[in-house]
Design a protein around this ligand. Structure first.
Ligand SMILES: CCCCC/C=C\C/C=C\C/C=C\C/C=C\CCCC(=O)SCCNC(=O)CCNC(=O)[C@H](O)C(C)(C)COP(=O)(O)OP(=O)(O)OC[C@H]1O[C@@H](n2cnc3c(N)ncnc32)[C@H](O)[C@@H]1OP(=O)(O)O
Length: 224
């Protein structure tokens, strides 16, 4: 198999093995699909259509959902959420977080939030923990560390997070005691601290990682 085919297989059939590396803006069709879906979310949010236009748009979207349903697979087989190379992992729940720099204990990224994620002229307060969870969970689970799940996220909102401008997100692996991994993070707009977070991740016991597909590509000894 040549390199082009291997790369193609990789992005169309990704594994749960997150390399946790800086993201790139993919130029393939799934990356385009994700971006188009984000554009729809933003356009619906920003619009005040008349009934006719709203009805036509709804029919188009239902038609699209039906066409994609022909390709439905189990959660462990889907592409969305496992495109580690893309901002937001090919998932549109969170705003698209770009990962810029990663070490074993630190990660840095950036994100620009639109009106879809607005809580009225500033980022919705529920979206901030989503962004923190995204980067902290990936850092907590990187570098061959066994799977861990979020036990808590404590977020302090220090300033309204502006929309439409780049926000910097920083994450740190602050320490480990037994199965407990302590994580910290912060979000900035320029020099302004927008939010801070303390998080606890708990390493899962073998009977908590029974879903074999999630361990694919990580090696049995690392997944339990
Ligand atoms: C096969 C599963 C693989 C899971 C993979 C997960 C993530 C994948 C990672 C990256 C992938 C990609 C994308 C990243 C983006 C998003 C991430 C999505 C992942 C999630 O979306 S994840 C969902 C949210 N998350 C949950 O759905 C957890 C629900 N929950 C539980 O599943 C249990 O609660 C668990 C397992 C956490 C612990 O349960 P347990 O029975 O194993 O452990 P136990 O209770 O014995 O606690 C042991 C020691 O932790 C202390 N402790 C526990 N909880 C505490 C708390 N809240 N505050 C303070 N201390 C706490 C105890 O006090 C004790 O401390 P001590 O040893 O000192 O006494």
């Amino acid at each position: 198999m040549d390199a082009t085919v291997a790369a193609h297989d990789d992005i169309w059939n990704p594994t749960w093995a997150d390399p946790f590396e800086p993201t790139t803006d993919g130029d393939d069709e799934f990356a385009e699909l994700t971006e188009a879906l984000r554009a729809v979310q933003e356009a619906v949010t920003r619009s005040r259509p008349n009934p006719d236009a709203a009805g036509r748009a709804a029919r188009t979207l239902r038609d699209l959902a039906a066409r994609l349903a022909e390709f439905e697979v189990d959660e462990d087989e889907q592409i969305s959420g496992r495109r580690w190379d893309l901002p937001g992992r090919g998932h549109t729940l969170s705003p698209p977080l770009h990962i810029d720099e990663v070490t074993e204990t630190r990660a840095r990224g950036h994100v620009t939030v639109g009106r879809f994620h607005s809580g009225r002229y500033a980022m919705n307060g529920g979206v901030t923990p989503l962004i923190f969870d995204e980067i902290l969970a990936r850092l907590a689970n990187s570098s061959g560390r066994p799977w861990a799940r979020t036990a808590y996220l404590r977020v302090d909102y220090r300033a309204p997070a502006p929309l439409g401008v780049e926000l910097r997100v920083e994450a740190e692996f602050a320490g480990q005691h037994g199965r407990k991994r302590f994580m910290r993070g912060a979000m900035y707009h320029g020099d302004v601290l927008v939010a801070e977070v303390d998080g606890l991740w708990i390493e899962l016991k073998p009977d908590q990682t029974h879903n074999v597909s999630l361990t694919a590509g990580r090696g049995a000894e690392e997944s339990s």
